[in-house]
Design a protein around this ligand. Sequence first.
Ligand code: GAR
Length: 201
Amino acid sequence: MRKARIAVFVSGGGTNLQALIDASASGIITDGEISLVISNSATAYALERAARAGIPTETVLKKELGSQQAFENALIAALDRYEIDLIVLAGFMSILSESFTSKYPRRIINVHPSLIPSFCGKGFYGLHVHEAALAYGVKVTGATVHFVNEIPDGGEIILQRAVNILDNDTPETLQRRVMEQAEWKILPEAVQKISKEIIAL
Ligand code: GAR
């Protein structure tokens, strides 16, 4: 049976990519296959995770290409070459322009480490999100998987999971627990859900 062809965009450690690789191996993701990993950093450990799993990788560097448009054109060219159906932003630390996102309506999803609409949008990424949650004093946080449109973290929500904040949490301990209890679970679930919908079309 045909599977949705997935490109995962990464920038760093790639634990969410690893969760997708593991979910493909364990049968949680059955209607999609990770066909390509694109990194916007040459040193991202995620590239090693992809190579170890036998997934083709491309590194696309904005600095070398000179402009956002040239960067996005290179992304589009790679997506075309691999005939990608679904783009998954998994720790991808670069905001995509409206001209890019509007080319792929409901075909780009992102995992964000808070319960949107809290602690999201411009400037809220990685550890900063957890620092902000602790500074505010919320008692519950979590993660969200959502469609990507022209508004940073503003697209329709697909899945969310809540995580309790503990009295002695640091940004680092909280980040780890949000990953373990929420991100690594709901991202594979969402990828399966959307892949299935794409195949059904
Ligand atoms: C994850 O917590 C992800 O939700 C977050 O960066 C981390 C990447 O970790 N993404 C954002 O903040 C995007 N706004 P990973 O490279 O180990 O998957």
